[in-house]
Design a protein around this ligand. Structure first.
Ligand SMILES: Cc1cc2nc3c(=O)[nH]c(=O)nc-3n(C[C@H](O)[C@H](O)[C@H](O)COP(=O)(O)OP(=O)(O)OC[C@H]3O[C@@H](n4cnc5c(N)ncnc54)[C@H](O)[C@@H]3O)c2cc1C
Ligand code: FES
Length: 490
């Protein structure tokens, strides 16, 4: 969804930076309460991760509830489940109220073991915890309706799915109908307590600022030590209509160390009279730190289980922000009074983004909200987690890249359409040879906190292995926390 860029100074009650599910939900809930809001996005609405999502709507989260209970206590785990369940209900009621055609439907979810060798115990443990925190509708069943043998699995009734871009389009219309403003192609350059300035030097003066840029670009360090960026991969395969029972399917994944526990996630999207689309994701890895054969691995996994596949027309990838204590950060930016953030959504950003809409609007309207403490970005629970130390140690190790040789020693080694990082005396330079053979050079030092970026051959981007900033082959920032492009040298 494209809107005009901001072309003058404006004053509103609340300025919202980032037009994904979080920003648009905050704008929607506030505009319903009569607040004057403006949303800006430097792409278009939904051009971030919300346009790449596979859009499972569920309270069966990436992290198991027995882990959440350990971290946040029984009441905390209960509130987390309730909030994600409420988010699905809110999405459903918004779809009805605003008459949004976005293919929303209720579907059941099934969590099964990753392989015959993985243990049954975690499923039993999860069931016990879910029952203790009041989710008695979840049951252990012998099989899922998937067309392959899953063995016993947890059945989560009445979860949901929708088309995220159609939903965002409906929210945009509803926001505008209530007097809200939306500007796209508008980059927020500077942030302060009374507003923001764009890179075209217009200002939005506002009493409250909400930064919903997936990973907060207004925060230099604090939040980025509490969460870690992962890349996840998806394929879309054409299958005969109704050949797979419509449901959400997840395996329990593998513990690879670090905060992410990569798993496979599957859903079915109706396409036309004869076809459905089987959407399968997984094979996550830390941004900038491994470019394995993710698509090939997902394809293999899928073909082994879904022999009815006709072809695989779609492949895409995206960014997942993993919080160290497995719960999103939604609320006041630490040390700020009128600046709010929403980040650390893990693979559950559709519900987290909706929770952000409800919670941040309540905080701005000074209404009590029972979820405020559990999602507070200033909470301390992540200190208890060993992954907090592991992930930050991993970041520190990335700085040794400064001492290493480059990928190539001369740009003569670079083929057209390829990039690399090379050493030039004491500095490191990112180089890219375009299809015309012209070499473009940038500083390889990430503008965020000085890590050395790496070439990602799969997506032809330069990625930072520290906190996940990503840049195009021409050095333009596409994902924060860097809010600036690479320094151009030649
Ligand atoms: C492949 C994939 C599959 C996923 N599957 C699921 C799923 O099944 N279920 C689920 O719940 N979640 C899923 N997720 C997670 C979910 O998609 C994300 O957590 C969620 O979309 C994040 O929403 P957001 O609004 O925080 O960020 P985004 O949607 O990324 O929006 C942020 C916006 O901020 C803008 N922006 C950034 N910096 C600036 C700036 N300086 N000025 C102006 N604008 C700026 C960007 O252009 C962007 O549009 C998935 C994610 C991926 C990548
Ligand atoms: S993203 Fe933090 S140093 Fe690059």
């Amino acid at each position: 969804m494209v809107f005009s860029p901001l072309s003058r100074d404006i004053t509103v009650d609340v300025a919202i930076i980032g037009g994904g599910i979080a920003g648009m939900s905050v704008a929607y809930f506030l505009s319903r309460q009569g607040k004057k809001v403006a949303v800006i996005d430097d792409g278009v609405i939904g051009s971030g991760e919300s346009g790449r999502t596979t859009a499972h709507l569920t309270y069966a989260l990436d992290e198991r509830y027995y882990e959440l209970e350990n971290l946040h206590g029984r009441d905390g785990a209960k509130l987390i489940a309730e909030s994600h369940n409420a988010a699905i209900d809110h999405i459903e009621s918004i779809v009805r109220k605003e008459n949004i055609s976005c293919d929303f439907e209720r579907v059941d979810g099934y969590l099964f073991r990753s392989g015959e060798d993985s243990e049954e115990e975690p499923l039993n443990k999860e069931l016990d915890t879910l029952s203790r925190i009041g989710r008695k509708e979840v049951r252990l069943v012998k099989e899922s309706p998937a067309p392959f043998h899953t063995g016993i699995c947890l059945h989560f009734p009445l979860q949901g799915q929708f088309h995220p871009l159609k939903y965002l389009s409906g929210l945009a219309q509803a926001i505008i109908q209530r007097g809200g403003k939306i500007f796209t192609g508008t980059h927020a350059k500077d942030f302060n307590a009374s507003g923001i300035t764009t890179d075209t030097n217009y200002t939005i003066n506002a009493h409250d600022i909400v930064v919903t840029t997936n990973t907060p670009v207004n925060d230099r360090l604090q939040m980025h030590t509490k969460q870690a960026p992962y890349r996840t991969y998806v394929i879309g395969a054409r299958i005969p209509k109704d050949s797979v029972t419509k449901a959400l399917y997840w395996d329990t994944g593998k513990n690879m160390g670090g905060v992410a526990n990569p798993y496979h996630y599957v859903r079915i999207q109706p396409v036309d009279e004869t076809n459905d689309l089987l959407i399968v994701g997984g094979e996550d890895h830390k941004v900038g730190q491994a470019y394995n054969n993710a698509y090939e691995k997902i394809e293999q996994w899928t073909k082994e289980r879904f022999p009815m596949i006709k072809n695989i027309p779609y492949r895409w990838s995206g960014h997942i922000i993993e919080p160290m204590d497995s719960t999103g950060f939604i609320g006041r930016n630490p040390l700020d009074k009128t600046v709010y953030i929403a980040t650390g959504f893990s693979g559950n950003g559709m519900t987290h983004g909706t929770i952000a809409g409800i919670l941040i609007s309540d905080l701005i309207l000074e209404k009590k909200n029972p979820w405020a403490d559990i999602y507070d970005p200033a909470r301390k629970s992540f200190f208890a987690v060993k992954e907090y130390f592991e992930e930050n140690l991993n970041v520190v190790k990335q700085y040794t890249e400064w001492l290493k040789k480059g990928d190539i020693s001369s740009t003569d080694e670079l083929a057209s359409g390829q990039g690399a990082v090379m050493r030039k005396k004491l500095s490191k330079v990112a180089v890219y040879r375009d299809e015309q053979g012209i070499v473009h050079e940038f500083s390889a030092v990430c503008p965020h906190l000085g890590c050395i970026i790496r070439w990602n051959p799969k997506e032809k981007t330069f990625d930072c292995p520290c906190h996940g900033s990503r840049f195009t082959n021409y050095g333009k920032v596409i994902t924060g926390p860097s809010n600036r492009d690479l320094n151009k040298l030649v």
